[in-house]
Design a protein around this ligand. Structure first.
Ligand code: FES
Length: 57
């Protein structure tokens, strides 16, 4: 697990979303989004690296 980032798992993997949708990745290592900010959720797209806007901005 990368702090503040994805969970790295050995692939290939099949992930089931809350709505039952299955997402499959054939990569050797899959970065699974743990922050839920990825535009390609459940796969990490590095959105976790972007700074969040401070409150009130
Ligand atoms: S962990 Fe990388 S985008 Fe969510």
């Amino acid at each position: 697990m990368v702090e503040g980032g994805p969970v790295l798992v050995e692939g290939p993997v099949e992930l089931e979303l809350d709505d039952g949708t299955l997402v499959r990745s054939e990569r050797f290592v899959v970065a699974v989004c743990a922050c839920r900010r990825s535009k390609t959720y459940p796969i990490c797209d590095t959105s976790h690296r972007r700074r969040r806007q401070p409150p009130g901005r």
